[in-house]
Design a protein around this ligand. Structure first.
Ligand code: AMP
Length: 121
């Protein structure tokens, strides 16, 4: 499956669609989810064109991998939910059809600000 440049997160990365930005650096962009499922619901996406976590693992550089993981912690810290400053959170990524992925650009959901609850419905 090829990366689709018309997906909504690609448009956000190109600045064609606005987002409620939390953080940005060389490797990641983070913004609030438009339809929050918990008190805090942020998204962290790599700047590179990766469809999902498998694509990222197979094709991203080590710098991109480190950048994404560090980005998750930086965002969690900024939101007051990382273990250094808060009570923790859930980081989750849906992968393809059975994973329930809707937007075909890799993204981690960060849920927090309250007890997140059951892992799988
Ligand atoms: P997933 O089902 O894992 O692909 O999640 C896609 C997420 O993107 C959902 O939680 C949506 O609410 C969120 N989303 C879709 N469009 C936007 C947008 N324009 N800005 C922020 N979040 C969005």
């Amino acid at each position: 499956m090829a990366y689709n440049d018309n997906n909504i997160f690609a448009k956000i990365l190109r600045g064609e669609i606005p987002c409620n930005k939390i953080y940005e650096d060389e490797f990641v962009l983070s913004f609030h989810d438009i339809n929050p499922q918990k008190k805090i619901h942020a998204l962290v996406i790599p700047k590179g064109k990766y469809i999902n976590l498998d694509d990222f693992i197979l094709n991203a550089s080590l710098d991109e991998m480190a950048g994404l993981l560090k980005g998750i912690n930086i965002v969690a810290k900024k939101l007051g939910i990382s273990t250094e400053v808060g009570k923790g959170y859930r980081a989750l990524t849906n992968i393809n059809e059975h994973g329930g992925q809707e937007v075909p650009h890799l993204h981690f959901h960060l849920f927090g600000g309250e007890i997140v609850g059951k892992m799988v419905e």
